[in-house]
Design a binder for this molecule. Structure first.
Ligand code: F3S
Length: 644
């Protein structure tokens, strides 16, 4: 039997376990990626391991998220990370050079290799045929230390593309269509592998838009073949010698197949506040728009900027609309200027920001209260844009540009413009001097730490009996943004756990932090797909720091589950989902955790309601053992102590 692309990638990287669906496997990370928001935690963990140098083929650190620099905090974080990079053999980008995933795709992503990055959209590199997976900072640090990255061998879903996109319908609509069909949890435990004649109609930037936002389906990652188009992309960035072809065998077998005829797609929009609330733009056309945000790692390639400039054409945007562009990389900025696109965009009255994450994660360009914001970003979770009362919708650059002109949600085809024609430059401007390379004298590099960089919190081992109060009962699809908020106020204090913990669950419940502290030992109860969204491990560390010992849900997002293991927070799943209704906030629960075993059922006692509720844990035995000692950090420390 032939192999899929995913199987070929995993076979090459496999260092532990067997490639059997549902089994735990360990893979080697050829490359790692970090950024300034999650990098401090990753590097504190890496330092604690006591190594002299990273053990990967390539590790890159990007300064793109935490860019407000309103006081010393961000600047101190940047300086600490640059020192770490110089000392431990990591390439670093200068602040404002571009968004990590876009820069990595341009300069470092290699077909056939593996990439572990402490950001959920690391999966963007699947656009060149790389096995790229998002992780928490600790897992990225372990990968830098040469340790295997563990995951459950996923099912492989073939997304078979036929046909060709129609004018003004772009790659964003393909991934919105995937989300419309399979939802924000439809990819959990799966990898999406793209194939079919439609693949050849998409360039690497378009493919990467699709793999990037595949994260929103809950999939472990997504991957495209590596073909002549990939080769052309790598040639354009001066890296053609790194190209290798990659395709599935003709007789490869998939667990599921989804077929999409690209020629039938129309402009789509994800309505507030989930990326899978997708409807045709025509259904909501005419709705007033207050803000349009172009940008993010999903949608500001050169193609995207040129396409929006084509639609805007220098015409003034509607007087009710505030519009802004966060381009994806310095190269895109320079190429756009060289081709006259920036002039058209500026002439239209669109504000142009530096090439960073910016408005995507709420650190700038927040919409007005109760405003409607159209965004080309991958996520529209409640409050992520920085304004809790705003309605954010996800659209393609074409819908965003058309709507900016008219002031209402608009199908770009209604404007009767000439079709957009794009030709990728044969060679992009060489912008590689934006990178800072590791020191040749690492022993002479001192690490400078600002006062915002606090030590990693110590996590205690788990007691044999866990008793406590349900501090919070939440619904389905809770995001990491709910747990640990995004936005300009909070991003600079992400590395300061005592400080950021005061803001946990603030969007849902102002008094959570205080109640959790008072409870001492506590539980969180939630519905399905708990903690979807970003890779931020603070969404585990903060509840754990506040005294939460276990989270009981109908299901967890993959990345969050891995972070729970690393930081010693016990995940439990209802055996009968209806038992969710048998627990209320404030109930007292007790669980005997002395003999937790993988795959077994346990009785959770609801002391308040005098009920016995069967639960299980989705973890394998090795992960249970790590949680019991207070997380993988403690587990690694214990292992190192024993080997001394
Ligand atoms: Fe940055 Fe938003 Fe992407 S925060 S990494 S641009 S999802």
């Amino acid at each position: 039997m032939g192999l899929t692309i995913v199987e070929k990638l995993i076979v090459t990287a496999l260092v532990d376990g067997e490639m059997i669906k549902g089994q735990r496997i360990g893979i080697r990370a050829d490359q790692t990626l970090s950024h300034d928001l999650n990098g401090v935690m990753a590097y504190l963990a890496f330092e604690a391991m006591g190594l002299e140098k990273v053990k990967t083929e390539l590790s890159v650190h990007y300064t793109d998220h935490n860019m407000t620099q309103a006081d010393y905090k961000n600047s101190d974080d940047h300086r600490y990370q640059q020192d770490i990079a110089a000392k431990f053999g990591i390439i670093a980008s200068r602040p404002g050079s571009g968004i990590c995933h876009s820069l990595h795709l341009e300069h470092f992503a290699v077909p056939g290799k593996t990439l572990i990055g402490c950001d959920s959209h690391t999966v963007a590199a699947g656009g060149v045929g790389m096995l790229s997976i998002g992780s928490g900072g600790f897992d990225a640090a372990m990968s830098m230390a040469g340790e295997p990255f563990y995951l459950t061998m996923p099912k492989i879903v073939n997304v078979y593309l036929t046909g060709k996109l129609q004018p003004f319908v772009s790659a964003k609509n393909i991934i919105l269509e995937v989300l419309r069909r399979i939802s924000v949890k439809g990819g959990v435990g799966k990898i999406l592998e793209y194939s079919g004649p439609g693949v050849a109609t998409l360039d690497v930037a378009e493919r990467s838009t699709i793999t990037n936002m595949g994260a929103e389906t809950g999939a472990t990652t997504s991957v495209f073949p590596s073909d002549e188009i990939t080769k052309q992309w790598m040639y354009a960035y001066g890296r053609e010698e790194q190209w290798v072809p990659l395709a599935a065998d003709e007789d490869a077998v998939y667990d599921e197949v989804i077929t999409i005829d690209l020629s039938l797609l129309e402009p789509l929009i994800a309505l507030p506040h989930q990326p899978d609330k997708v409807v045709p733009v025509s259904e909501v056309a005419g709705t007033s728009v207050d803000q349009v945000m172009f940008g993010s790692c999903t949608n500001t390639s050169l193609r995207d900027v040129m396409s929006m400039a084509h639609i805007l054409g220098g015409k003034p945007i509607h007087h009710n609309v505030d519009a802004g562009l966060y381009p994806s990389s310095r190269t895109v900025v320079r190429e756009s200027i060289a081709r006259g696109a920036y002039d058209k965009i500026l002439a239209s009255g669109v504000r142009i920001f530096e090439p960073i994450c910016g408005g995507c994660n709420g650190s700038g360009f927040a919409p007005q209260s109760n405003g409607v914001s159209l965004r080309t970003t991958p996520r529209n979770f409640l409050g992520r844009c920085g304004t809790a009362s705003a309605d954010t919708c996800l659209v393609s650059p074409e819908v965003a540009a058309a709507s900016a002109l008219t002031g209402v949600i608009t199908d770009p085809r209604e404007l009767n413009l000439s079709p957009f024609v794009y030709e990728m430059p044969e060679k992009f401007i060489d912008d590689t001097d934006m990178f800072m390379y590791p020191s040749s004298e690492p022993e002479n590099i001192g690490i400078r730490r600002g006062p915002n960089i606090k030590p990693i919190p110590e996590m205690s081992a788990m007691d044999d009996i866990t008793s406590g109060e349900v501090v919070l009962k939440a619904g389905d699809n809770i995001t990491t943004d709910h747990i640990c908020p995004a936005g300009a106020l909070y991003l600079p204090i992400r590395s300061n756990i005592p400080e950021i913990s005061n803001h946990a669950f603030k969007v849902l419940d102002e008094s959570f932090a205080e109640r959790a502290r008072q409870a001492g030992n506590g539980f969180i109860v939630a519905g399905s797909n708990y903690a979807q969204g970003s890779s931020r491990e603070q969404a585990v560390i903060v509840p754990r720091y506040l005294g939460i010992k276990a989270v009981i849900t109908k299901g967890f997002a993959r990345l969050h589950l891995a972070n729970m293991v690393n930081w010693g927070l016990l995940p439990l799943i209802f055996v009968n989902e209806s038992d969710y209704d048998n627990i209320n906030q404030g109930d007292q629960l007790t669980l005997d955790t002395a003999n937790l075993q993988a795959g077994q059922q346990y009785i959770l006692k609801n002391e308040t309601k005098k009920l016995e509720i069967p639960v299980t844990t989705p973890l394998c035995q090795a992960d249970i053992d790590a949680v019991k000692v207070g997380g993988r950090i403690n587990w690694v420390k214990n292992k190192n102590k024993k080997s001394k």
